[in-house]
Design a protein around this ligand. Structure first.
Ligand code: HMG
Length: 389
């Protein structure tokens, strides 16, 4: 069977960020707790007229500019920041991107893991119908209560990946390792805007799920720890990946020293440090970070992926980088987007954090704010009105 995997990858994050030094100053905390302790420097804050739909459409826009949208059979939208209990957010994106009316659209949920479920389902659909493509989008806004330990691990972002046969970036292997366990480490009941989390417990469950998913992967795949040159982990904050990678190395009795292990993940962390947690999108923004910033040519290298979604479902899987991948990346566009972001004050952060979410059914227009290509222009009679800029 021909290879199936990621043919293109593009991401988007908001134009606004709060520097965690500012948060530390307000909280009378040592900024190194954030810069070193959790390994985060900045967190993206969505503009008033941005949500998972506008971020998703902005992320996916570059992937549908070459007239190939007719070939897209399916749009899979992964999120845990749903805006509607019935309508899939991807249906709005379908219109904003001008996708064909024969393309099916569905939304998937399982905390941060669902983008990986979407990716695997996309690969299965393409394997069945290799002349078609599947657009996978993951888009989220991570929100915790103010003045809680989770506050410094907020963020927002969206990633879009075109899945095809003979992919130009990453061939995904069918062998995976899974782990599922019913736990309450992080969750968000329907009536809450912010997540509830048992922070320390969540980091322990993450590591347990990593070991279990890896062991299941080893039962199903001939690849060993030493076959991988790089690893992409789910990134709630970058120190989590560093801890996870050391844990996996210990489980495998690896003889690599600390600096070799750091080299295997360092480039995956660069974007996350300045964007923050983007839940479903975060591991795949980590992949873009690796591909776009690694000085070494990654052609032919095996990359290990650990996807984790609280609750919890986890998966270890692998991909092999395809020759010529550098030619299809959106590196310059991503760097330009990140470079021109605007820092907000603590007061402006609070204003963005407390953005009203009208529930009265009246007409509310929303002032233009985002630097993205799409915006939420109004909420009128309980209907969200999106426009291209
Ligand atoms: P905390 O309890 O405030 O932090 O929150 P801490 O006191 O444990 O400090 C964190 C680290 O900073 C520690 O290092 C400190 O020693 C160090 P560690 O012991 O971990 O190696 N530190 C310093 N370092 C340098 N200079 C200093 C300094 N002070 C302290 N001055 C916690 C940490 C992660 C619990 C919190 O941020 C939180 O609750 N975050 C949200 C939950 C989370 O991200 N969990 C991750 C696993 S679950 C997951 O990934 C899924 C998720 O993405 C959701 C989904 O699936 O949908 C969250």
């Amino acid at each position: 069977m021909s290879s199936v995997g990621i043919d293109q990858i593009s991401f988007y994050t908001s134009n606004y960020f709060l520097d965690l030094r500012t948060l530390a100053q307000i909280q009378l905390t040592d900024p190194d707790k954030y810069y070193q302790g959790i390994g985060q420097e900045k967190m993206s804050m969505a503009a008033h007229d941005e949500d998972i739909v506008t971020m998703a459409a902005s992320a996916a826009y570059p992937l549908v500019q070459n007239g190939e949208s007719e070939q897209i059979s399916t749009l899979l939208f992964a999120t845990e920041t749903a805006i509607d209990q019935s309508k899939a957010a991807g249906v709005y994106v379908h219109r904003l991107l001008g996708l064909n009316n024969n393309c099916r659209v569905v939304e998937l949920k399982q905390a941060c893991y669902s983008a990986t479920a979407a990716l695997q389902m996309a690969c299965a659909l393409v394997a069945r119908q290799p002349e078609k493509k599947v657009l996978v989008i993951a888009s989220d806004i991570a929100r915790y209560d103010l003045n809680t330990p989770g506050e410094a691990t907020q963020g927002c972002g969206a990633v879009a990946m075109m899945i095809s046969a003979q992919p130009r970036i990453l061939s995904i292997a069918p062998e995976v390792g899974n782990y599922t366990e019913d736990v309450m480490d992080f969750w968000r009941p329907n009536y809450r805007k912010t997540a509830l989390v048992d922070g320390k417990y969540s980091t322990k469950i993450y590591l347990k799920a990593l070991k279990q998913a890896w062991e299941n992967f080893r039962e199903n795949s001939s690849l060993t720890f030493n076959d991988f040159t790089h690893f992409c982990y789910h990134l709630p904050f970058s120190r989590m990946a560093q801890k996870a990678h050391k844990h996996l190395a210990r489980v495998n009795k690896s003889e690599l020293d600390a600096s070799d292990l750091e080299q295997q993940i360092a480039d995956t962390l660069l974007y996350n440090r300045i964007i923050g947690n983007s839940y479903t999108a975060s591991m795949y923004i980590g992949l873009a970070s690796l591909l776009e910033n690694c000085q070494q040519n990654l052609t032919g290298k095996h990359i290990g992926f650990f996807s984790y979604g609280s609750g919890c479902v986890a998966e270890f899987f692998s991909g092999t980088v395809v020759e010529g991948y550098l030619d299809v990346l959106f590196k310059e566009q991503h760097h330009a987007m990140l470079d021109k972001r605007q820092e907000v004050t603590y007061e402006e952060y609070l204003e963005l954090y407390r953005a009203p979410d009208p529930t009265d059914g009246e007409s509310h227009s929303i002032a233009a704010d985002t630097q993205g290509r799409f915006r939420l222009a109004a909420i009128s009679h309980h209907k969200r009105e999106y426009v291209a800029i």
